[in-house]
Design a protein around this ligand. Structure first.
Ligand code: CMC
Length: 385
């Protein structure tokens, strides 16, 4: 038998086929570049594209939005569960638990047919923002805000979270971030979802596992750490020294670097403009006198990272700043990523099941050579190593 090829972290390994997305030649979803999509489409259109394979015509979009809006509610026992979670539960952990629980209440949960999975995907697309907003308001002791049927995904989420409609520019900025977060080929969380359903498990299990994978700071959790880093620098005056010192301590600057993109992430460039505009608009509204403080800080860190590490921002870098400028609390940032990526996860689950083969790779064994078991009485204590 030949020795199987080994690549740590599966770097460069082609682990499957997909028609959903490619990072080759710039990121595109089903053939459309993300720049084109974010300039001309809403997140709702992009979610439809990912799930159904083509951009919707006006009538198809309306029907899709109507179905999704009608599913924007949670079973009463889930609301009780959200209220019963310990107060230190993070919004992302609450979301992971809630998606798992939602499987119990979904009549299609065990049906893995394409139609049932599309129905479940639409419901999760609708329910995830409700979970995030409801848990947020429950944790703060705020009264529940019911979902609006007439608002698209981004606008309804901000409405439920804040209890008031957001300004159009804010909705647009959030919407663009959702488009850019929606899908990214075989990233860790999507791959996790595909591994899970490749056993012929179900969509809710795949998405629950995906949320667990998204949580880590090397993946989706990075957008929360971005703002922690910017705040830790204290501002533009100390940003360069802070960054050099962090690099000297061999720390990672979250929001930089990427397993695939080594010369930059096209998504980061698109969202940077929105982060800057949001910072200016919101600081002016709040009467702050240094609206671009965190944008200027970010520019300095970008320069140091390019010069010292030849490393460039990924999408999480401007996303963290955009959400901060929108006065969203940091622990909501990764859940917002999930509220978008559900469209990509579900598309991949469906694609995996359309042409399934169990995902079961090999490991390169590095353990002890073959040996015989000694009877218990003859064994001395040995460290596990
Ligand atoms: N800051 C400082 N050093 C870094 C960084 C960073 N952000 N990223 C990688 N390095 C260094 C790393 O310390 C290592 O150095 P050395 O060889 O001296 O040990 C070297 O670069 C290679 O690191 P690696 O982890 O093997 O590289 P990778 O290509 O597998 O890493 C990554 C990809 C995203 C895990 C990594 O760049 C990283 O940790 N970035 C920060 C976290 C982050 O922003 N994640 C979001 C990714 S994109 C959106 C998403 O999926 O959510």
């Amino acid at each position: 038998m030949t020795t199987p090829a080994y690549s740590p972290g599966l770097e460069g390994v082609v682990a499957g086929e997909t028609a959903i997305c490619t990072v080759d030649g710039g990121l595109s979803y089903r053939g459309y570049g993300v720049g084109d999509l974010s300039a001309h489409c809403s997140f709702d259109e992009v979610a439809y594209l990912l799930l159904y394979g083509e951009l919707p015509a006006a009538g198809q979009l309306k029907e899709f939005q109507t179905r999704v809006a009608a599913a924007r509610r949670l079973p009463a026992p889930l609301k009780e569960l959200l209220a019963a979670l310990p107060k230190w539960t993070t919004p992302l952990d609450a979301l992971r638990t809630a998606v798992s629980a939602l499987g119990h209440f979904d009549q299609d949960a065990a049906d893995n047919s394409r139609d049932a999975n599309l129905r479940k995907a639409e419901r999760l697309l609708a329910q995830i923002p409700v979970v995030i907003a409801d848990h947020y308001r429950i944790a703060k002791g705020l009264p529940e805000v019911l979902a609006r049927q007439d608002l698209p995904h981004a606008a309804n989420f901000l409405y439920m979270l804040r209890g008031a409609e957001a300004a159009p520019a804010e909705v647009k900025a959030l919407d663009v971030s959702l488009i850019l977060y929606a899908e990214h080929e075989f990233n860790a969380s999507t791959f996790a979802a595909r591994v899970i359903v490749s056993t012929l498990s179900d969509l809710h299990s795949g998405v629950t596992g995906a949320i667990g994978a998204l949580k880590g700071p090397l993946h989706g959790g990075a957008n929360e750490k971005v703002m922690d880093i910017l705040l830790a620098t204290g501002g533009p005056d100390r940003a360069e020294d802070w960054t050099r010192a962090a690099l000297a301590r061999k720390e990672r600057i979250m929001g930089f670097g990427h397993r695939v993109y080594k010369t930059g992430d096209v998504r980061a460039g698109i969202l940077k403009t929105y982060a800057r505009t949001a910072a200016e608009a919101n600081a002016a509204r709040a009467g702050e006198n240094d609206p671009l403080k965190w944008e200027d800080t970010a520019d300095i860190i970008e320069r140091v990272m390019a010069a010292e590490k030849n490393m460039f921002p990924n999408l999480d870098w401007p996303a963290g700043r955009l959400y901060h400028a929108m006065k969203l609390e940091i622990p909501l940032y990764t859940p917002i990523f999930a509220m978008s990526r559900i469209s990509g996860w579900a598309a991949h689950v469906i694609e995996q099941l359309d042409n399934n083969r169990l995902i079961r790779p090999r490991a390169l064994y590095k353990g002890p050579a073959a040996r015989s078991v000694k009877p218990l009485a003859e064994r001395g204590e040995q460290s596990a190593g």
